[in-house]
Write a protein of this length. Sequence first.
Length: 318
Amino acid sequence: MQQPYSSIPHSNSSATSTRSANHWWMLAGISIIFLTASCKQNPETITNQQQETAPELIYSNNFDSADDLKDWKMEGPGIAEIQDGKLLIHSKWMNALTELQKEIPIDLNIPGGQSYYQYLEKWVTEKEPQNLAKYKFKRTDQPIAKFVGGHIQYWNTRVHPENFKITIQFQALNPYPLHMVSFCGNGTNGEDLFSPKLKSRYGLASQYMRGDISNYRISYWSGTRKTCNSRKAPGRILLADDTNELPKSALNKPVLLEIIRWEGRVQFKCDNAILTDWTDTENPLKSGYFSLRLMATASGLYDDFNIYKLTENPFTKI
């Protein structure tokens, strides 16, 4: 009795055995071809999937020439220029303060300007008295306005989307704090950040944290503090104060900073290491403007600034 073609042939008849064997191997070959084809994915399908999931680059700035600074706006006594294809940025008072440290025992590694505000106020009074009032701010819990100037805020004038990834290279030029990034910047009542309806800003911290604008701010390269703090304005609300910091090697070579924002969640990375990761659950800010912020003693080089639009949650990917 002839065995079914799907069975391994073991008939006593040599002809039947040969025919059955040939049919079995033919079916086996067809099965292998079918399975191989089904396991392969159309290259066009792979390409389409990659295009759908890859972040969309919507803005890029390599700081190759002075023309690349046209998309940026300085607030405060800042210097921004191109040096060897990178953005060099610092306060106009930075060099004077570092020289002062050689004459007077002040510690510039301590965040905040309390150790040097008196000297800055003296210099402004002597050299540019017309600007003295700009660098004073009266908080509601203080009886008089105090000098708190010398710091700078450098805004990119392109609006970033609600969900984004921003990358930028950073190298510190001295060990002094602070460096910061701000994002989701807008007027508190929905005004454009640069609307004339908003109060003028001159780099004073309270103008950005307690004024008429909203934004997130992450500070790093924090000197003796050695933390990575995240705040929300208005109100200077502390969202996170992680005990992570940029590596000291950032003083000798560039590191890659990344800010990833999806809905209310924000992640800040340095060379792919997560420095802070938090979620704003109370009216999270949306699209807006990005800036670099430096205190009066800080100095750095920035390069390869990129804004990507995200269309899929990056935190769900493995």
